[in-house]
Design a protein. Sequence first.
Length: 426
Amino acid sequence: MHRHKRLGVAAVSCILVVVVLCLLTVSAPAAPLPASGYATQEIRYHHAPHAEHLNARGALLPREDQRKDAWSIYEQEEWDYFLYLPLVFKRYDPLAPWTGDARFGFGVSENPVEQYNVSLLHADWYINFGFRADPPSLPGLEFVQTIRLCEPDLGLLFGGNCWAPRTCGTDYSPSQAAIVDYATAQPGTLWLIGNEPDAPGQDCITPGRYAEMYHELYYIIKGADSSAKVAIGGVVQGTPLRLEYLDMILDEYQAIYDGMIPVDVWNVHAFILREEKDSWGCQIPPGIEAEEGMPYTLSDHDNMTIFAEQIVRFRQWMRDRGERNKPLVVTEYGILLSRYHDYPPGFDEPRVEDFMLATFDYFLSATSTSYGYPGDGNRLVQAWCWFSLDDSHFEGYESYSHLFDSETKQITPLGIAYGNYSASLP
């Protein structure tokens, strides 16, 4: 399903506003969602602390005005503050162990990327949720490869856990030969191993099998290109249930190969979706016996407090497993719901735009001296990928997260807002 995580600064004074991160909130879908669908939640973004700093049509206000009431969160466990700092350089620290310099990305869903004038976005990288042997040469844009996985015969077994019985000609796509050919010809490429292996509607792989496939693919890629960067497949969101799934992968890998799984770049998706059997949202990961995880509601879908909480949780999880000194990329996130969900007004164009620009602010400024990435100024996230470039009818519902119109090929108001923001940075 092409749709689809952390910060701090040294102690400040007691006058900092303490914001308690919430994991709950929500209401029932306003329109029925397919059982396989993803969905969203309560507190609309325009109620978030710094929403007023963003023009609803995407033209940015002066930077100094955007930063006047930066918000902070006090973490009980760490006694560590994080807050919105002045916007930083768009490019990576050259000393960071990252072969590219990309931050702003987008996911291509409907048509080949070359059908759009994506230079208007001033983006740095993109994905198409799969493999492409001959991606076009687009000035300033890096292409990130995704290897898709398949585990047959899981079937419609909740706890089992895929949406339909599957037969797989191979365990992964593309073939080993295609991977080797591309890796040899394009050294330094970032490879994603799987797309949402925790999701019943996506790659849907049990933890033990994922550990085996990852091991095989990691060494195939590294054998062809030692400079390649390999990232784990992004789970749908940084919730405790999804981190349990990742822990099971790490445990399986340790048991089979007697070591820590070798990840160059950590990867997570950043949706806010209900985790419950036989419900809308992202269900329960395969291999986990549970009825429910986070009971998010539709209106939580663009809740910036929950969004930040998930990023923080994932970065803390990385630190606790000795992986703090690795980059973190968010390879898919956005608004999947439509104007028909959580109405009125639903997830209309201004609401989607407010959320997108708020996430850009967050990604560029969220840091932590405790669990941020030292190679990038202790920032929590090194790169992010908005969903999507051109999907205007996610799972049959009209939505407003697309940057270009898939039929006219023209940039949308959201795409203009994206481009204005990215172009305004150093």
